[in-house]
Design a protein around this ligand. Structure first.
Ligand code: GLN
Length: 190
């Protein structure tokens, strides 16, 4: 049986991740409170606004339990704002982070809303290019020694993995193409 995958549902594009997982036949549930983490086999942290998601996670008392679960090895897929939340640090500003992935990220690195764009990406582990949808997306400025880069735009990493955490600065849930979710579910074996 497939483990249930929880989607952090505080703010952001929760539904689109649920649909992407459901297309793969994966049982899903919503995560808002610490007790929602019990019994899930994986977690998705969606895109949205990382400051809002982080502050709500603090207010719901779920930030610490989330951090503990990720550090204990809960397989996690973090997209866009989610990538910011899992990061160790952010170039500017002060916001609640989970700090479980050894990357430095720059928020809105490609520009503001009107500089949102799409492009085909070469993703390690996928045979065909993946359409990356970038919406006020971050990029990774610096990666730690144990972080593997799975995709780049120019010289900037936009998809990385370390241990059980995979993070993408684009929105794989918005394309109708579940290959990134599948890659994550398979532990990156392709
Ligand atoms: N710019 C947003 C942030 O900093 C992320 C955008 C997104 O998730 N599409 O949190």
């Amino acid at each position: 049986m497939l483990p249930t995958v929880g989607v952090l549902a505080l703010q952001g594009d929760v539904r689109e991740h649920l649909w992407a997982l459901e297309r793969l036949g994966v049982p899903t549930c919503l995560v808002r409170l610490p007790e929602d983490l019990e019994g899930i086999g994986g977690l998705v942290i969606p895109g949205g606004e990382s400051t809002t998601i982080g502050r709500l996670a603090e207010r719901f008392g779920v930030l610490g339990p989330l951090r503990a679960a990720l550090l204990a090895g809960l397989p996690t897929l973090a997209t866009c704002a989610g990538m910011i939340l899992v990061a160790g640090s952010v170039v500017e500003g002060d916001q609640p982070l989970l700090g479980v992935l050894d990357i430095l990220v720059r928020r809105n690195a490609f520009g503001r809303q009107n500089e949102s764009f799409e492009m085909d990406l070469e993703v390690k582990g996928l045979e065909q290019p993946f359409r990356g949808v970038f919406i006020r997306a971050p990029w990774v400025e610096k990666v730690g020694a144990d972080v593997e880069v799975l995709a780049r735009v120019g010289k900037h990493p936009v998809m990385v993995r370390s241990g059980t955490v995979m993070a993408a600065s684009f929105h794989p849930e918005l394309t109708g193409d579940s290959r990134i979710h599948r890659l994550w579910l398979q532990g990156g074996e392709g």
